[in-house]
Design a binder for this molecule. Structure first.
Ligand code: G6P
Length: 606
């Protein structure tokens, strides 16, 4: 969490940094701040609240500099306040720092520095960094950064400026992402690519412990022994427009609407990477026949994609699949070995728990395969094999298009594995692939129903609690529907397996409770309809998302139709309705949909 940016070049750093921070706001929005290199020390402006509050403070500002750093915060240590905002400057006013991550030994460091007469002004863990840097500084910032990082425990992506070294910006990272962008007019550090896209598509991905020294004319890289390191820049294929709202009221709606296209792109790539010419052979020659079981581990919506995939892999491949929350997997001493394939699913490729789960799996000898959206991210680089989702930059905190892209990669992989294992003939596999390829067009027909879904959702803002039910794979996608709703609308919601209702949850159903029932599984249509009858007879109203309905149960049952498709792939269609439903409930409540309270998109701390 937290987004950092820095610029050194021939243009005024102030607007460049503020615009860059806008692209990083999804990483945290409790407070924001900037520090510019000025004639007499740093010009620092910090403001509690979202970036727009900082922009208001800066309105009409005449500040100008060739170099600066900026930060948008998701508070971990110390409440959101002006003083706790970054950048932090040491008490001598000589070194300014922006930090993303958590310094785990900050108490000890703070105590040591306090004993040496250094006064701290904030409650943050981050302030120890500039204080320590000023304490160590003896005329060589590169050397200082090495000493500082040797003393720090925890995770960090850092940007440093020093009053005594004008024109030099220094960056270093450990377990948090940092990219270096190089452009015609200057060079950048940033937490993520969209922050620099309008200036350049040439980026370096910094590795842990590497130090980047940026001037307006170039970038040099060093290791912890201060030996030069040679790195090659990569060209980002994301377009500038892909990270812009482009007339849509929210990124979330734009990203929902982009789904047919990104599904097409991702299916094509997945078919090439994971299906053709060798079904089931993901990049690097992975062979499913080498494994006794699969484990899928991830967080948030990516975990829900894993739950959907469990049904698909088990049904098609007849191989056992476990799905684990990465935050649990990492501490449970998991039973995995070299005959286990551990699949990591992550949009950002930087989620701290998923990274830790991957490292735990590798340390036990398991083979790892990642499904990631962000090129150059830690998980994409460290996993033994990687399949990319081609969702483009996703800005809204609540994922939509990246989730859909994860599903189609997982389906394609499952079909490939099934063919490789002889559970499907190549012809059957091809037929399945064609079903997957039909999803984008079917998604378009759902998006055409947007007005009806919006109208229905606008009437649902009165509910305090909404339940989501489904059976089998519909239960898996009900979990995502419930998560989406609670994330952005702040309405309490729970997902239940339809068959489990009678074991407790039905006691919560009363007059006018809303139950969203999902019926993409034709095989279980009769079963979910029985559940619907049970809740309606206890006073509930039901929104049914399925292929068909028999009647409207006395006006108690509303219906959104999804096109028919093999039930294993139907979550990709029901989820579109669920996303639109959540979006319009939140929109009708007038909420800040792209930046829901207390959440951040990229959870890079534990
Ligand atoms: C946050 C986001 C979710 C995302 C989850 C996992 O909670 O808001 O949308 O599913 O993190 O993130 P990842 O980048 O690993 O997919």
């Amino acid at each position: 969490m937290c987004g950092i940016i820095g610029y050194v070049g021939s243009e005024n750093a102030l607007p460049i940094i503020v615009k860059g921070l806008k692209k990083l706001e999804y990483r945290g929005y409790d407070s924001a701040g900037i520090a510019l290199f000025g004639a007499a020390g740093f010009d620092v402006v910090k403001q509690k609240g979202t970036l727009s509050a900082l922009e208001e403070r800066l309105a009409g500002s005449t500040l100008s500099s060739f170099m600066g750093i900026g930060h948008t915060r998701w508070a971990t240590h110390g409440e959101p306040s002006d003083i706790n905002s970054h950048p932090h400057v040491g008490s001598k006013g000589r070194i300014a720092v922006v930090h993303n991550g958590i310094i785990e030994n900050y108490r000890q460091l703070r105590e040591r520095l306090t004993k040496r007469g250094i006064d701290f002004v904030s409650q943050t863990d981050s302030e120890v960094i500039p204080q320590l840097a000023e304490y160590y500084y003896d005329g060589d910032m590169l050397d200082t950064v090495v000493k500082v990082t040797n003393a720090l425990g925890g995770s960090y992506a850092l940007g440093f400026m020093c009053v005594d070294e004008p024109g030099t910006l220094i960056a270093v990272k450990k377990d948090n992402p940092l990219i270096i962008g190089v452009s015609e007019h200057g060079n950048f550090i940033a937490s993520d690519v969209p922050a620099v896209l309008r200036h350049t598509n040439k980026v370096y991905y910094l590795d842990d412990a590497e130090i980047a020294v940026l001037t307006k004319d170039g970038v040099r890289f060093y290791n912890q022994d201060k030996d030069p390191v040679t790195k090659t820049p990569e060209t980002v294929t994301w377009s500038v427009d892909s990270a812009e709202k482009g007339g849509w009221p929210h990124f979330m709606l734009k990203e929902i609407m982009e789904q047919p296209k990104i599904m097409r792109d991702t299916i094509r790539a997945a078919a090439e990477q994971a299906y053709l010419p060798n079904p089931g052979a993901a990049a690097g020659g992975l062979d499913v026949a080498n494994f006794d079981k699969l484990v899928i581990t991830a967080c948030g919506s990516a975990y829900n994609a894993g739950v959907v995939a469990k049904y698909v892999f088990e049904r098609l491949c007849r191989i056992p699949v476990e799905v684990e929350l990465a935050s649990e997997f990492r501490y449970k001493d998991p039973i995995v070995d070299e005959r286990t394939l551990v699949i990591l699913v992550s949009q950002s490729g930087e989620t701290a728990d998923t990274i830790a789960a991957m490292r735990e799996a590798k340390s036990k000898g398991a083979v790892t395969l990642s499904i990631v959206n962000v090129v150059g991210s830690t998980i994409s680089k460290e996993a033994d094999h990687c399949l990319m989702t081609l969702a483009g930059p996703e800005i809204a905190v609540a994922t939509t298009k990246a989730f859909s892209a994860q599903l189609v990669v997982l389906y394609t992989l499952a079909v490939g594995f099934a063919v490789r294992l002889g559970k499907l003939t190549p012809e059957q596999g091809q037929g399945m692939l064609e079903e997957i390829e039909s999803l984008p067009e079917k998604t378009e027909t759902i998006l055409e129903q947007v007005d009806a879904i919006q109208k229905y959702a606008s009437e649902c803002i009165v509910y305090k609690s909404i339940f989501f039910i489904g059976r089998n794979i519909d239960y898996a996608i009900a979990m995502e529907g419930s998560l989406k709703l609670k994330e952005i609308s702040y309405i309490h919601s729970e997902a239940y397996a339809g068959g489990e209702l009678k074991h407790g949850t039905i006691s919560l159903v009363e007059e006018n409770t809303l139950v969203v029932a999902i019926g993409g599984c034709e095989r279980l249509h009769g079963k979910i309809m029985s559940n619907i009858e049970q809740v309606i007879s206890r006073g509930a109203k039901v929104l049914f998302i399925g292929n068909s309905r028999e009647d409207d149960m006395g006006g108690k049952l509303s219906f959104v139709a999804i096109p028919k498709v093999n039930e294993l792939f139907s979550p990709s269609l029901s989820v579109i309705v669920l996303q639109l439903f959540s979006y319009y409930v939140a929109a009708n409540k007038g909420l800040d949909i792209d930046k829901p309270r207390n959440l951040a998109k990229s959870v890079t701390v534990e």
